[in-house]
Design a protein around this ligand. Sequence first.
Ligand SMILES: [Zn+2]
Length: 131
Amino acid sequence: MSTKPLSDEQLEEYKKILVADRNKSLKIIKEITDFMKEGFAESSGDLGSYSIHQADNSSSVEYYNKQIYLLEKQQEKLKRINQSLEQIYDKTYGICQLCGKYIQPTRLRIIPFAKYCIECKTKEEKRHTSI
Ligand SMILES: [Zn+2]
């Protein structure tokens, strides 16, 4: 188990990944909010692959709800990315918020904005599903 603090090089590396992820999220959020603003007013013809005016009402609503769901997911992700970036500046990045141990680098590589180490995450999941 890794209990070593991250080096400045590693922090810099994660910062790059997080900034790239943040830009991606911001782009998706902008696309969805633009779509929300324009998409249901009139068919502007400028929406590329969106062909909402061709769809019947029920699937439009379904599509709309799906966009809201995606938007919420992205906003949640963005919040966690911003928190992680703040932690990088504070040099507290990579520390599990439950047990205070360092999160495994293999885990951070997959989820750079992870809040918990794998043990705590597994425990949390067990607790939630065992109710
Ligand atoms: Zn932990």
